[in-house]
Design a protein around this ligand. Structure first.
Ligand code: ADE
Ligand code: ZN
Length: 340
């Protein structure tokens, strides 16, 4: 397929984004704007020089810059603007459902109150649902480089907002911070009614995926690239229909793979794994949902039925009701039928 034709096909697919860190959607233009109104001087003297710094050898190098960028966010309006900018962008890409991560500790550790963060994000998500017809879920992530005791404090802070938060995630520096470090706080989070997911097998070994499943009882794995190292695990993912939320451009940007042609998503689809595609931190990795679909499809020569499967998998893997999933999947199917 020609690239313009492929882009057109991808644009038209109704899509669900299930792996997106709202702080990772912070575009340099907006970062400079918010820094200015908050009287913060960034280490970079222009948007271009900041963008030039977006070259990473690994996850930690990215995280260092990502946490620095997030320091500009102080007021409710800042979190609102960040979230609204993301929603309008993905609306233009025909994304109709989002499940968004936020990292409260990145902000509360700097003295920004939990309620400031969540109020801003929640207001924008509500407006997105009303005006852009993008349904949403919100996932609160614990930072795994911090202690379990600190995650417990975050859990406590979240409880007055329990009705706004659908699930718990685990992100940040993976190597050396296995899921087993967070067994108690994940158990307590589940007792409060939160659904559970965790980043595992991005840079970390396949054992971390096992731990996320067996010790944390997660219902989805974020990334999970390394699962193909283990046949028994692959069979478990298939049998239990455990979704993997993959982020191809992130994987290239952070050297999880050498090049897009090496991305495991096609092998995963062929095996029957519930693999899905998302953007992770689009402002830092060069693309939102459409670009992730496009770069993957181009490198792996995905055909329409594989694109259709990816789109269906994302709705299947979402936390929408059975009825809403069926409605979206019917729309994906009728879109692809209309192309024939
Ligand atoms: N936080 C934001 N993006 C992340 C990623 N790709 N892995 C782990 N933590 C993250
Ligand atoms: Zn992520």
């Amino acid at each position: 397929m020609q690239s313009t034709e492929l882009k057109k096909v991808i644009q038209g697919i109704p899509k669900a984004e299930l792996h997106l860190h709202i702080e990772g959607s912070f575009e340099p233009e907006l970062m400079f704007k918010i820094a200015k109104r908050n009287n913060i001087v960034l280490d970079y003297d222009s948007i271009d020089s900041l963008k030039k710094a977006y070259k990473f050898n690994n996850l930690q190098e990215f995280l260092d810059l990502y946490y620095t960028g997030a320091q500009v966010l102080i007021h409710e309006q800042d979190f609102y603007d960040l979230t609204w900018a993301y929603l309008t962008k993905v609306h233009s890409q025909n994304v109709v459902h989002v499940e968004v991560f936020f990292d409260p500790q990145t902000h509360t550790d700097r003295g920004v109150p939990f309620d400031v963060v969540i109020n801003g994000i929640h207001k924008a998500l509500e407006k997105g649902e009303r005006e852009l017809h993008i349904s949403y879920k919100l996932i609160m992530s614990y930072l795994r480089h911090l202690s379990e005791a600190e995650a417990f404090k975050t859990l406590e802070s979240s409880l007055p907002y329990k009705d706004w938060i659908d699930g718990i995630g685990l992100d940040s520096s993976e190597l050396g911070n296995p899921p087993s470090k967070f067994v108690n706080v994940f158990e307590a989070s589940a007792a409060h009614g939160y659904k559970l997911v965790a980043h595992a097998g991005e840079e970390g070994p396949v054992d971390y995926i096992w731990e996320a499943l067996d010790l944390l009882n997660v219902v989805r794995i974020d990334h999970g690239n390394r699962c193909l190292d283990d046949e028994v695990l692959v069979q478990r993912l298939i049998d239990e229909k455990i979704p993997l939320t993959l982020c191809p451009q992130s994987n290239v940007a952070l050297n999880v793979i050498d090049k897009m042609e090496d991305h495991p998503v096609l092998k995963m689809l062929d095996k029957g794994i519930l693999a899905t595609i998302h953007s992770d931190d689009p402002a830092y990795f060069g693309g939102y949902m459409n670009e992730n679909y496009y770069e993957t499809a181009k490198a792996l020569h995905l055909n329409n039925s594989q694109l259709q499967q990816l789109a269906i998998n994302a709705f299947e893997a979402s936390w929408l009701t059975r009825e809403a999933k069926a409605k979206h999947i019917a729309q994906v199917n009728s879109y692809f039928n209309s192309l024939d």
